[in-house]
Design a protein around this ligand. Structure first.
Ligand SMILES: [Zn+2]
Length: 192
């Protein structure tokens, strides 16, 4: 941005703050600087423009700290996104999961009654206290009250990571979405 554009940008921010709050002009300048920093963190303001804003507001800015904060925020955002994508893939795989095949893979002693499979509890070790719903792909133990999905059961019974659980359940159920295919490839690389 040119110097005039920066000035206009800052003045707009200041006017907005003054009209929306009861702050003094001095406080408004401080808030305006914080706003500029937020814009920088969100990639809406380039570093050179941030520095121009700081100069205009006569604010002594710590560039290294600002850049570090920005990097941290980007990392956090990426992690949140990755978690969301993983949860969505888990939900999709669970929907298509073959409960009977997965449970047969996990336990030796399986009894079936109606929609339920009964196995020994991997949490409290109680005999046939875990009921797994074939339709809902969830389990609960009448002894220790643990409950969860097929993934939680596999995570405990096999000590697999949740990523490996996802790939394994998908494989046993013969269901592969794009996420599973990529994850399988990544896990394969990690194990080499
Ligand atoms: Zn239990």
């Amino acid at each position: 941005m040119t110097k005039n554009e920066i000035q206009q940008h800052i003045e707009d921010l200041i006017d907005y703050q003054l009209s929306e709050s009861n702050l003094t002009r001095e406080d408004v300048l401080e808030v305006t600087m914080l706003n500029c920093l937020e814009e920088f963190y969100d990639d809406r303001l380039a570093l050179e423009d941030l520095l121009k804003c700081a100069k205009y507001l006569e604010y002594d800015i710590d560039v290294a700290a600002a850049e570090e904060e920005k990097a941290t925020r980007i990392r956090r955002k990426e992690m949140r996104k990755a978690r969301r994508v993983f949860k969505r893939a888990e939900k999709d795989v669970l929907k298509h999961a073959d409960t009977i095949k997965v449970v047969d893979f996990l336990f030796k002693n399986v009894t079936k009654k109606g929609d339920f499979l009964y196995v020994n509890c991997p949490f409290c070790k109680d005999n046939h206290s875990v009921a797994i719903s074939i339709t809902n792909k969830t389990f609960s133990c009448i002894n220790c009250n643990m409950e969860g999905t097929l993934f939680d059961l596999m995570h405990k019974a096999k000590r697999y990571s949740y990523k490996k659980c996802l790939v394994t359940v998908a494989g046993l159920s013969n269901y592969h979405n794009d996420y599973v295919i990529t994850l399988k490839y990544e896990l394969g690389k990690e194990n080499k």
